[in-house]
Design a protein around this ligand. Structure first.
Ligand code: HDE
Length: 707
């Protein structure tokens, strides 16, 4: 049957379907565009088909009784397309919904053969494929990248002995000691259930109400109020496995281990005001940053390091290492670097890989084992459970990003979306009918540590978990004065968003146990009389400061992997721009030209300089340092442009280096930029590079009042 002969068609309709590019009537104008696109694409493209393989003749028009008549139920092409579309979304992760995933490789550089049989930790030089996913915790999948939040740092190692998932965070401790509190802490931080806001923010009453009633969270509170939770880039965060795990040797002897990821680029954070403005300017800031780094082959890299300790050593720690609100200071148990991870391949399809990847702390290789940390024990249940509902089937391990890359076989069968078709009549074990069917391996299968257990059953919190303030104090007192000020500022900001006075009071009461000066600063910042401290469950200990807990101490003076913006306008000096660009790229930075119009500017010598970003859409928060190269006329024009004034004044307030041509001075003056070591002449690229490699911390007291 040809369409021309279908009942109800008038004469013009068949034409529009047969020759979409030539269609002229209103209803077919889209078809016209589609047709042109096809022609432009050219080449040998495969025919568009339904999911059943039926070739589709017209992807622009549904099947109608006549050109202006009703759509027919018969249109299986329309129905299949819309039905699939209707079901495109799956439930997002209850936490860590917003994520960025990248493929890469892990290479072991130092063997742990003395402690473990795990091949991934003993085969030096072996390269293991990995998939890493970085995430925020509280916001939905479509939320912004830069709220104040913990970052998830999950790595799936496709080892020769099965998948090992190290599902960590960029903070080495957690809010709670027992998994039974997880739904509470998450419900408190998520948007409030009656009003549906705030999205992706901890600065609200329910979160601080819960926290103020949960003293065990105080150490984590110090970390989340530090600049660790407003990172500059996902390439510049640390990762931590958090819990103690065990390594097991061939004889079954156990050594405890904590895992750490250390970024090659060093740590780097934004300032709070900067993070807020980035959220508006580019909600995908971190995802885009990672994507662009991979695109330009500037592959992010981390060292994997371990802290190893025995049961006997752990008994001498002034805290319980099974308590996930505690860390082991590096100064107490040094880090040993054992390998490196390089991320070098962006997923081909975001949904198939980043969205469908399923990490689970229970995915573990023989030779590594769990500890009794009650938070870890709860996690061992939660991930598979949530993934069954998120991915909709017990067969989600067959999705390519989740499937092991080593052989795997068992007698699990059937279920929704079974993609495999196992052969044979035997789907059980023990059996005697199929010699080649999979069997258990008593000698080489996953061993569990033979931990002796005794004591009374009960809903009990160990007494060794009672000290809630000592490590919070350790963290705060280990920070530089700048970091301490930022932490106090963050607490004042967050608690100022809390409407309930008693919650603010309770929080400041806790701070008194951590550090008297911190409590006073926050109380002053809230205009709050210093409240009573609550009773402490255990005496607060003074621990030796740990500089390894700082961010500033771990920042590298470098432009590697950083971004420089050069603001230009018509009449700018092209030679100066070229000089600055060369100096910045030689130092490892990416450079973007920012201009009032995206088409670019006409330089003083008449040449056209194309822009990478238009001024209004490319504010200085996108960059680590900026240069302003303007002619006198350009500076005059931009002095009337709010976006240009913001570009300069924000760069200054965000403690960034600014290089400026002398003619740009009126713009700098109007933006209240005051000369200091970070404001340099544009024709001195060397000085600019030195200043751009770091933040101008000394400037901070001149641009904002910190508590
Ligand atoms: Fe998770 N966590 N978590 N978590 N977690 C999930 O699993 C959970 C905890 C972490 O990129 C969920 O598949 C419980 C600590 C990361 O896909 C869920 C407890 C740490 C990711 C879950 C914790 C993490 C998750 C949600 C307390 C750092 C994202 C979706 C007992 C060591 C992984 C999913 C990705 C995701 C449960 C605490 C890290 C609900 C019950 C501590 C990085 O299963």
């Amino acid at each position: 049957m040809t369409k021309d002969k279908e009942p109800g068609n008038n004469k013009s309709a068949p034409k529009s379907r047969k020759h979409p590019a030539k269609a002229t009537d209103d209803a077919s104008s889209v078809a016209g565009k589609g047709g042109e696109l096809h022609q432009r694409a050219g080449g040998n493209y495969p025919p568009l088909t339904t999911s059943q393989g039926i070739p589709i003749p017209d992807n622009q028009n549904s099947l109608k009784a006549n050109p202006r008549g009703p759509t027919l139920l018969e249109d299986f092409i329309l129905r299949e397309k819309i039905t699939h579309f209707d079901h495109e979304r799956i439930p997002e992760r209850i936490v860590h919904a917003r994520g960025t995933g990248v493929h890469g490789t892990f290479e072991l550089t130092q063997s742990l053969a003395q402690y473990t049989t795990a091949k991934i930790l003993t085969e030096v030089g072996a390269k293991t494929p990995v998939f890493a996913r970085f995430s925020t915790v509280a916001g939905g999948a479509g939320s912004v990248d830069t709220p104040r939040d913990v970052r998830g740092f999950a790595v799936k190692f496709y080892t020769r002995e099965g998948n090992w998932d190290l599902v960590g965070n960029n903070i080495p401790v957690f809010f709670i000691q027992d998994a039974i509190k997880f739904p509470d802490v998450v419900h408190s931080v998520k948007m409030e259930p009656d009003r549906g806001f705030p999205q992706a923010a901890s600065a609200h009453d329910t979160f601080w109400d819960f926290i103020s009633l949960t003293p065990e969270s105080m150490h984590m509170v110090m970390w989340i109020m530090s600049d660790r939770t407003i990172p500059r880039s996902l390439r510049m965060i640390e990762g931590f496995g958090v819990h103690s795990f065990r390594l097991l040797d061939a004889a079954g002897n156990s050594t405890f281990v904590k895992f750490h990821w250390r970024p090659k680029l060093g740590l780097q954070s934004t300032l709070w005001d900067e993070a807020v403005k980035i959220a508006g300017a580019d909600p995908d800031f971190h995802r885009r940053d990672m994507f662009e780094a991979i695109e330009r082959r500037d592959f992010p890299e981390w060292e994997l390091a371990v802290q190893l300790f025995t049961q006997e050593e752990s008994e001498k720690f002034p805290f319980d290492h099974l308590d996930a609100t505690k860390l082991i200071p590096e100064e107490m148990v040094p880090l040993q670097v054992i390998g490196r991870m390089v991320l070098d391949r962006w997923p081909e399809n975001f949904f198939a890989e980043t969205e469908q990847v399923a990490f689970c702390p229970a995915n573990i290789a023989p030779g590594i084992d769990f500890s009794n940390d009650p938070l870890l024990q709860g996690r061992l249940f939660s991930y598979l459970d949530t993934q069954l509902s998120r991915l909709g089937s017990a067969n989600f391990h067959q999705i390519p990003v989740n499937a092991p890359k080593c052989p795997f076989a068992n007698h699990q069968r059937d279920g929704h979306m079974q993609m495999a078709h196992p052969k044979g009549r035997v789907a059980y074990e023990p059996q005697s009918l199929a010699p080649d069917s999979a069997r258990e391996s008593p000698a080489s299968g996953f061993p569990s540590h033979a931990t002796p257990e005794n004591g009374d059953k009960g809903r009990i919190r160990a007494e060794s978990f009672a000290d809630h303030y000592s490590q919070a104090r350790l963290f705060y007192r280990s920070q530089t004065p700048t970091e301490q000020a930022h932490l106090a500022f963050a607490l004042v900001f967050e608690l100022s968003k809390v409407a309930h006075l008693h919650v603010r009071q309770a929080m400041v009461g806790h701070l008194r146990h951590i550090d008297a000066d911190l409590a006073q600063r926050v109380a002053d910042g809230l205009a709050l009389p210093l409240p009573e401290a609550p009773p402490a469950a255990a005496p607060v200990q003074d621990m030796a400061p740990s500089p390894a807990l700082q961010i500033i101490g771990k920042m590298h003076d470098t432009l590697a992997g950083r971004a420089i913006g050069i603001l230009v306008a018509d009449g700018s000096d092209g030679a100066l721009v070229a000089k600055l660009r060369k100096a910045a790229t030689d130092a490892g930075a990416g450079v973007k030209i920012v201009a009032p119009k995206v088409g670019g500017v006409t330089l003083a010598d008449g040449k056209l300089l194309p822009a990478d970003g238009q001024l209004a859409g490319t504010p200085s928060v996108m960059f680590d340092a900026v240069a302003v190269v303007l002619s006198a006329a350009g500076a005059q024009t931009l002095s009337k442009e709010a976006a240009a004034l913001d570009f300069v004044s924000d760069a200054f307030a965000h403690l960034k280096a600014i290089a400026a041509s002398p003619e740009a001075q009126p713009l700098l003056d109007k933006a209240n930029v005051v000369a200091d070591a970070g404001v340099v002449a544009a024709d001195d690229p060397k000085a600019f590079i030195v200043a751009a490699k770091t933040r101008q911390w000394q400037r901070e007291p001149t641009v904002r009042t910190l508590p």
